[in-house]
Design a protein around this ligand. Structure first.
Ligand code: ADP
Length: 404
């Protein structure tokens, strides 16, 4: 057997969802899990528990794999550099990955590539932050450059007084990233994959809806998007991947800004399969999880054609229902076309525990698909008999703000 072994650092739902793709290709996936009970452990036969912050644990794990890749972006750069120096094949490499780990590095790189950023600055102390806000106007968005996710590490400062109150953040990490509060019509995501030898592919640009900083829904492709904006966004993501030497899947999260510049600004980069790409599991010839495996192995990439006219992804977070399976009969009966992807996680309020994908053929209506996907997700989240569950009519989700 000469099939390679892929090692994923981190045992979250992204690693879990790589498992079926690895199985289909006949590849072995191993996971360095944070604990016995994380999402990916039941999905892969070989999932040792270890600490991604420990060089020894990483080393030990890397010994048995042909390529090392990631479920999250938190592995310290210095450990990856050490592993590489010791001959480990790390994909994406630390030089690329740092732009997904550190938002200040990302902003500088986007500027250097001549791609559109919001106005920003590195703020070393409150006075710099206040000066920035006074210069560009309030509100200002303050971010911790490292360690944030799902809106944690993002604060909106409405005034000088708010800025002065953010002194606590300066104690923990400096400099911080200060950005203008962008007036966007909606958020987009441009998902691409790239191999170490520079082959790349893009999926259609999608509309992503965030609720409290967490991805809630994705509509693929982004309805009514200006084709020139979509093309420019794909091109920008491919260029970023190329010039930063990204390997595997990369998501460029964008703000759509009609009438301003090329029509979008870069928000942030993720270098791994991404929540905004989950729709590809059921909506595309090649899912982002399969593509990530192909890409990190340097294999030919798969086609990214969409398998319908529209694809919807609706996340469900932990809610009232603790016994998710008890809601499955009602949820699956509500919509036989819906594809449920559960993460095998215990239910905690606000925790991402699964998503529903729904693909619509020619002539389908994205809003109707959204309502159907939301209904299935709500039944699982709330339980079959709760308000909003199978017995109650489900409100149509608010129509996303179309561009002006
Ligand atoms: P995270 O790394 O936690 O995902 P992001 O930087 O993507 O953080 O910010 C989370 C959300 O906050 C974004 O999806 C967007 O809705 C909002 N946001 C972030 N930066 C800005 C900004 N400069 N202007 C307006 N909204 C923003």
């Amino acid at each position: 057997m000469t099939f390679p072994v892929i090692g994923v650092v981190g045992g979250g739902q992204l690693a879990r969802m790589m498992a079926p793709a690895a199985t289909a290709l006949g590849l072995e996936l191993r996971v360095l899990a944070e604990a016995e009970d994380v999402s990916a452990v039941p999905a892969v036969p070989n999932a040792p528990v270890g600490d991604y912050r420990s060089l020894d644990d990483l080393r030990e794990f890397a010994r048995g794999v042909d390529v090392l890749t990631f479920d999250h972006e938190h592995v310290p750069t210095e450990h990856l550099l050490t592993l590489m120096a010791e001959g480990v094949n790390v994909q994406p490499g630390p030089g690329a990955l740092v732009h997904a780990q550190d938002k200040l590095r990302m902003r500088s790189a986007v500027d250097a590539l001549g791609l559109p950023n919001p106005r920003w600055r590195a703020a070393h102390h409150v006075e710099e932050l206040v000066a920035f806000g006074d210069e560009i106007g309030w509100p200002v968005v303050l971010k911790t450059p490292r360690g944030g996710y799902d809106g944690k590490g993002v604060r909106v400062l409405r005034s000088r007084a708010d800025a002065e109150e953010s002194i606590d953040w300066f104690g923990t990490m400096t400099p911080l990233l200060a950005e203008e509060m962008v007036e966007f019509s909606r958020e987009l995501s441009a998902l691409v994959a790239r191999t170490p030898d520079g082959q790349s592919r893009a999926w259609p640009v999608v509309h992503t809806i965030q609720v409290h900083g967490v991805c809630d829904e994705v509509i693929a492709p982004a309805p009514g998007i200006d084709p020139a904006v979509a093309a420019a966004a794909q091109e920008a993501a491919l260029r970023i991947a190329d010039e930063l030497g990204v390997t595997g899947v990369m998501a460029a999260e964008l703000f759509e800004t009609p009438g301003r510049g090329v029509g979008f600004l870069v928000n942030e980069l993720a270098m791994r399969p991404h929540n905004t790409g989950h729709w590809t599991q059921d909506g595309c010839v090649t899912s982002q999880f399969e593509q990530h495996l192909r890409a990190v192995l340097g294999l030919p990439l798969g086609a990214t054609d969409v398998l319908g006219e529209w694809a919807i992804m609706k996340n469900y977070l932990g809610g009232a229902n603790q016994d998710l399976f008890s809601a499955y009969p009602a949820a699956l009966a509500a919509d036989p076309a819906a594809k449920v992807h559960g993460y095998g996680k215990s239910v905690r309020p606000g925790r991402k525990i699964g998503h529903v994908n729904l693909v619509g053929g020619a002539g389908s209506d994205p809003d109707e698909l959204r309502a159907r996907a939301a209904r299935v997700a709500a039944i699982i989240r709330d339980g079959a008999s709760a308000p909003g569950g199978a017995d109650a009519p489900q409100d149509l989700p608010a129509r996303p703000k179309e561009k002006a």
